[in-house]
Design a protein around this ligand. Structure first.
Ligand SMILES: Nc1ncnc2c1ncn2[C@@H]1O[C@H](COP(=O)(O)OP(=O)(O)OP(=O)(O)O)[C@@H](O)[C@H]1O
Length: 583
């Protein structure tokens, strides 16, 4: 173990770039309390059942002490022994049944709250500020909604029974010891600081270590994901060796953090053994003194020892599952960290639903970077098709994102129709059948509608090549579509939606190619009768739009119809001349 213990909140610095925020202890508790709404009555009932069951279970220790006294006094006849045995058997059975029921109820509540949290995490992940996801990468987010959810769910079988049994056993046993003779409770209480110190030491070190371990896992997931996604680039630029080294470095980081976590656990065990020795010795000595002074019977001392022995088991188990508990808490605080990320900037007024598109004095930057959109004001009346053109890096894609609502502006106001759809340069084919992929946004569409949409977007030929037609599996592990087919599929899906505003920022297709011709026709079908913003990578697309906006360095510098802009002889006319020459 190296000497630097990661403190909560600083763990990220141990393992690469900072990720998404991690919720503090109070934020985690607040969120759990909020999520427990609707389960609180069940929780209270579980608590009452737990205390009663533990009390019934502890009757065994009291009866054994009673028997010891009767045997010592020579008054233990067969009836007494049989009655005592029957009482012990009954209390053991009732206690065990009650405890089992308590654990089942507690586990149900736990999983219900976890399910609510998981749902909220997935919902919230979908609405995270785009720039934040881009900055931290999707690996951290994926790790939180997979590794962390698994860690919290896996903790349930180990943690819940122990937590439930221990909490009630401690309360009831301490009460029992005090009721027997207060020095017994005092003897145990004197040794308690050893446990408290062990727990405090572990909490101080453990949480940081586990967070650092999880953060290192996120960084590793990110590296692997990036290598897989950019596989072609990695091969193309001969980066395989470099990526391999990066993944190795992160894997070692995970291994080091895991080793630290296990070392900390071993040191905790040593402290627990010490606490156990001291508490047994303390109660034994007190029992001896009390019996010696006739302040307690041998039976009383036996009951006290049995109660302490009963306490030690759950206390040690609790401290041992603190390992799992810590790990689950670290994961929980990372999950809740996503849920508590503020959505939207308070100085950006909420958009009002409208059939027109309006941007008023809108500015945007990625994270802390320079302004990419600079004070843009524009209006697009309902039904108009507008093209956005400009050189690479002018801000066209960013503007499309702001209009679509995937990018939140840092200043200004955006108004758009509520039913908006967008196709970006990266088209995703979902794992599922072709039918699933098409009906994602139009669940009610019939097979006839799906075929019509594929035909209208020139994608009907896809059907001919797919072995099971609409039932063919696509996406990961399924039939591989070409980029052009994926694009056509996305356009057909868009055609099936009832979006009032369509934003197209398709992949660049070489002008004049069959692919470009297909895409232009498909886009025409999709845009007919809808308000549209088209990031025109081919100027032939722009020429057919109702209006063209020319962007330069985040500003709109020219606007008009194709004819007007050509006549004006400005930037667009220059771009058009260059485009025509290159065709
Ligand atoms: N995720 C990002 N993080 C930081 N900067 C970005 C990001 N995306 C784009 N930019 C920067 O914002 C500016 C505008 O980019 P944008 O992609 O909007 O331009 P564009 O006109 O669409 O370019 P292209 O035609 O090449 O797609 C560029 O300087 C680009 O480097």
């Amino acid at each position: 173990m190296n000497g630097t213990s990661a403190e909560p909140g600083t763990a990220a610095s141990d393992a690469g770039p900072p990720g998404l925020p991690v919720a503090s202890g109070s934020e985690t508790a607040r969120e759990l309390w909020r999520l427990s709404r609707g389960y609180r009555l069940r929780l209270a009932a579980t608590g009452v059942l737990g205390i009663v069951s533990t009390g019934v279970d502890l009757i065994v220790s009291v009866v054994i002490g009673f028997l010891v006294d009767r045997v010592q006094a020579g008054t233990a006849d067969l009836t007494t022994v049989l009655t005592a045995t029957a009482v012990m058997a009954l209390s053991a059975v009732l206690g065990a049944a009650g405890t089992a029921l308590t654990i089942v109820l507690a586990t149900r509540v736990y999983h219900s709250i976890l399910a609510a949290l998981r749902e909220q995490l997935v919902d919230d992940a979908m609405t995270l500020p785009q720039h934040l996801v881009e900055r931290v990468g999707t690996g951290d987010l994926i790790s939180r909604s997979s590794d962390d959810v698994t860690a919290v769910a896996d903790a349930a079988p180990a943690v819940i029974p122990v937590l439930t049994v221990t909490a009630f056993t401690i309360v009831v046993s301490l009460g029992g010891l005090a009721a027997l003779e207060w020095p017994y409770a005092a003897a145990f209480a004197v040794v308690l600081p050893v446990y408290v110190l062990a727990v405090r030491w572990y909490l101080r070190i453990g949480l940081g270590v586990y967070r650092a371990e999880r953060t290192a896992m996120s960084a590793r997931a990110q590296q692997i994901l990036e290598s897989q996604r950019g596989y072609a680039t990695v091969l193309g630029f001969g980066l395989a060796e470099q990526r391999h080294r990066a993944v190795m470095t992160n894997s070692w980081r995970v291994a080091r953090q895991t080793l630290r976590a296990r070392t900390v656990l071993s040191m905790l065990n040593a402290r627990l053994n010490l606490g156990e020795c001291l508490s047994l010795a303390a109660v034994l000595v007190v029992g001896f003194v009390l019996v010696d002074h006739d302040a307690s019977t041998v039976g009383g001392a036996t009951t006290a020892m049995l109660l302490v022995l009963r306490l030690l088991g759950p206390v040690n188990q609790l401290l041992l599952v603190i390992d799992t508990l810590q790990s689950a808490l670290a994961s929980l605080s990372r999950m809740i960290g996503v849920v508590t990320i503020p959505r939207g900037s308070p100085d950006v007024p909420a958009q009002a639903a409208s059939t027109d598109v309006r941007l008023d004095e809108v500015s945007f930057r990625y994270g802390e970077g320079p302004r990419v959109l600079d004070d843009i004001t524009l209006g697009i009346p309902s039904g108009q098709r507008v093209a956005v053109v400009g050189v690479s890096g002018a801000g066209k894609t960013t503007l499309a994102g702001v209009v679509a609502g995937t990018h939140l502006p840092e200043a200004g106001r955006v108004t758009r129709p509520s039913r908006t759809a967008m196709i970006t340069q990266e088209v995703h084919v979902f794992a599922g059948t072709l039918r699933d992929n098409l009906t994602l946004a139009a669940p009610g569409a019939t097979d006839h509608d799906l075929r019509a949409a594929l035909e209208a977007t020139g994608a009907a030929s896809i059907l001919d090549v797919l072995p099971d037609r609409l039932d063919t599996l696509l996406g990961v592990g399924g039939y591989p579509l070409t980029d052009a087919q994926a694009q056509q599929l996305a356009l057909a899906r868009l055609l099936l939606t009832d979006a009032e505003l369509v934003i197209l920022d398709e992949a660049t297709a070489e002008a004049g190619s069959t692919y470009a011709g297909h895409l232009d026709r498909a886009a025409d079908a999709v845009l007919a009768g809808r308000t549209a913003v088209v990031v025109a990578h081919r100027l032939s697309q722009a020429a057919t739009c109702d209006r063209i906006m020319v962007m330069e360095r985040g500003r709109i510098i020219e606007t008009g119809t194709h004819g007007e802009l050509i006549d004006a002889g400005g930037v667009y006319a220059g771009l058009w001349t260059a485009w025509e020459a290159a065709r």
